[in-house]
Design a protein around this ligand. Structure first.
Ligand SMILES: Nc1ncnc2c1ncn2[C@@H]1O[C@H](COP(=O)(O)OP(=O)(O)O)[C@@H](O)[C@H]1O
Ligand SMILES: [Mg+2]
Length: 323
């Protein structure tokens, strides 16, 4: 039985000028100890998918339309705010994209990292302080003892991201959700942070959901990957087959636009057009307007189907064996 099973998660925003279908029937499962990637262009619903699991989106304007998310027997989408508060930071840790806005600017680093221990575990002061110091050392923060007394603005971006990871992992959660944890960082620090997450995960057997817009990041870190487009999962597969036998034109287009595959001096292929509006207008495959393989069939609304063992695609032409 998977640690987390998300089934048909449908979360919309009702705004003055229409409905935004930010997550539109999203389903996936994460096994214990596994690293699961969610990848897709900006605005495709990755953050909404994860934030809605933790009850962190405003309702209204947000509205949970349908779905279940079974976390070890608890339906995250239908449990009480009190149950969610007990899970967040304890059994499910979260690393947000921008540590400058996610950390409290008025609190010293040590105070923030300690918070989950006090709140969830009621550890006495001395023991908690030792754990905080250990956690900061574990994430490779240099001069950890001095950093405890710093405010977030006194640290570099990479250090702040390490502090966030320490805070998310300090209560030893079973699941870590990392939402673009390296986007704000330069490439070297990015690699260090990804290594760090992988090391801590192996040591503790934590499952990780790694959200990124960068296909290169999932290639190096994830066992299985869901590719999202326009609020839906369009392909889901183990990382090898996803890269080498991709079964959705959108994933192939994403792969073609990875920089390192190009020769020097050549133009980087881009995906023509723009991601669609998420108003659900038109029906049919949302990628069809940008797809080289689009045909009349693509006016039908696609459903994710298993096209090879463990490999799911929503492309109707792939499902028919035409592409
Ligand atoms: N709090 C909000 N209120 C209204 N719309 C939102 C809110 N949060 C996200 N959205 C919309 O939901 C869609 C998906 O956003 P998001 O999940 O943040 O994308 P990403 O894949 O980049 O993480 C976007 O169109 C975004 O504008
Ligand atoms: Mg996001």
């Amino acid at each position: 039985m998977a640690l987390l099973e998300v089934d048909n998660l449908t979360f919309h925003f009702h705004l003055r000028d229409g409905v935004v279908r930010a997550a539109d029937g999203v389903s996936f499962a994460v096994e214990r100890g596994e690293t699961f990637g969610i990848v897709g262009e900006s605005g495709c619903g990755k953050s909404v998918t994860c934030l809605s699991l933790l009850g962190l989106l405003p309702r209204p304007p947000g509205r949970l339309v349908a779905g279940r998310a079974d976390f070890d027997g608890i339906d995250l989408l239908h449990c009480t705010p009190r149950q969610l508060r007990r899970l967040r930071g304890r059994r499910i840790g979260m690393v947000f994209q921008d540590p400058m806005t996610a950390l409290n600017p008025y609190l010293r680093v040590g105070t923030q990292v300690r918070e989950p221990l006090a709140y969830h575990l009621g550890l006495p002061g001395g023991e908690a302080s030792a754990r905080v110091l250990q956690a900061l050392r574990e994430v490779g923060l240099q001069d950890a003892e001095e950093r405890l007394r710093c405010y977030p603005h006194e640290l570099s971006g990479g250090m702040r991201q390490r502090v966030m990871i320490a805070m998310a992992l300090i209560a030893e959660p079973e699941l870590l959700i990392a939402d673009e944890p390296t986007t704000a960082l330069d490439v070297t620090v990015q690699a260090q942070i990804l290594d760090l997450i992988a090391t801590l995960q192996r040591r503790r057997g934590t499952a990780v959901i790694l959200i990124t817009h960068n296909l290169g990041v999932v290639a190096g870190s994830c066992a299985r990957v869901a590719v999202m487009y326009a609020g839906r999962v369009v392909e889901l597969a183990p990382v090898g087959p996803l890269f080498h036998h991709s079964r959705h034109p959108y994933t192939r287009a994403l792969r073609r636009s990875l920089p390192h595959r190009q020769g020097r001096g050549r133009d980087l292929p881009t995906i023509p057009g723009h991601p669609p509006r998420l108003d659900g207008g038109g029906g049919g495959c949302p990628f069809a307007p940008r797809c080289d393989h689009a045909a009349s069939l693509c006016a039908e609304t696609p459903v994710l189907r298993e096209v090879a063992p463990g490999h799911w695609s929503s492309c109707l032409r792939v499902q028919r064996g035409e592409v």
